[in-house]
Design a protein. Sequence first.
Length: 499
Amino acid sequence: MPSAETTRMSQPEPEPVRPTREDEVAAAGVEFIGGPLGVRALVGRSWWTPVRVIALVMLGMFALGMVQKFPCYDGGWFFGASSQYTHACYSDIPHLYQGRGFADGLVPYFDKLPGDMDYLEYPVLTGVFMEVASWLTPGSGSIQHQEQVYWMVNAGMLMICAVVIAVCVTRTHRRRPWDGLLVALAPAFALTATINWDLFAVALTAAAMLMWSRGRALAFGVLLGLATAAKLYPVLLLGPLFVLCWRAGKWRPFIAATGGALVAWLVVNVPVMLLAPEGWSKFYTFSQERGVDFGSFWLVISQHMDTPLDTDVVNTLATALMVLACLGIGGLTLTAPRRPRFAQLAFLVVAAFILTNKVYSPQYVLWLIPLAALARPKWRDFLVWQACEIAYFLGIWLYLAYTTSGDKHQGLPTEGYQLAITAHLLGTLYLCAVVVRDIWLPERDVVRRGGGDDPSGGVLDGAEDVFVLGHAARPPRHADLDGEQPPSVSWGKEADSSL
């Protein structure tokens, strides 16, 4: 029996996908502006191209997210311990302007900080981002005024990152540009965009995904290395890429990507590592020593125990669960009837990290939103997940309001917060489940139903398989597509008459 290879479709190249014609939720959502686009619509032939429309929508939603923070901007960050929580407008940015020495002109990683945090606990490139924003913040006026300006400067820089993310997602799948609206209109994106500096790493990761989809492996690696120098999670994408390149036999692009990522990370980190080793290592030691924290299922378990879980035990168990999840994703990749799309596996591995981690800050949802839009561009499933994330966003702030309001007990008690954590976990697991189903039954994948293979896969798109296991060597089982006939497929270069 010949080895299985990527499916080849005998159909002509179809026109760009209009979600309003294939997605019932998207079609219903545009009724208030005149209904779905018709076949004669001049989309892409005028100034109002999908990229420009989505970029403008992202700017509008980001601005609404800033407005949502104004109750804190006007006083919640500065007066009353629980006000910033009852208004759900908390942000780390103004608090860390003084708390991490930027107000005093201290140099991150090199100058020791007063207080309980002796050095900045962020990766180097994020520290550079924070420092540049401090240079743009006037040092005159009250500390409150400086913190307000610092937040506004960071918000402006993060807004640029948000637009980059939306544009990159829009361009990654050439035939599905309107899927970028999932990112631009995601309510959790607007609510969490200015809580912390995560958007910087997310923008670099989105740009890396775009480069890989264009077959530029080295550029992908460099951008991914820079993203990892800003936040740890982007390095996880090399795992799925390794298994996909193994299945397709594409070792040269993988080596170029890995080498580019390593060199880029070293260029950013080595100078600080050599000149300020204690400050450079703070991010890694802090991550290791940090106890069970908000948002994780570990916290729910700890709150039901008389003795809190030991940090070393949690680190070991969380690492073991992540390794098992990665092994499962690897096994799925090699046994799926059709090679999974890169975006699908990227979403699954980052989601696994989030689900098994000992902390889940509300802005971590930003890591998943662009990947979810590429992995499962279906409005119903995306909005179900977003609803769960909004529930968690509100739940954590109301819980903090409850714990900081003293005898007033304003907010959400522990039991309610545990329900919010459960909603986040179940919502993420739900989206993971439908992505796994799409991998196992590729004809259910809305990206592939039009006849494409892997538009975000770059050199993997349309490539032949050279190493497969189990189900990958057998024809697929077709699901019932609501009475529709599944697309005609042939496995390998030619069908094997002996099957």
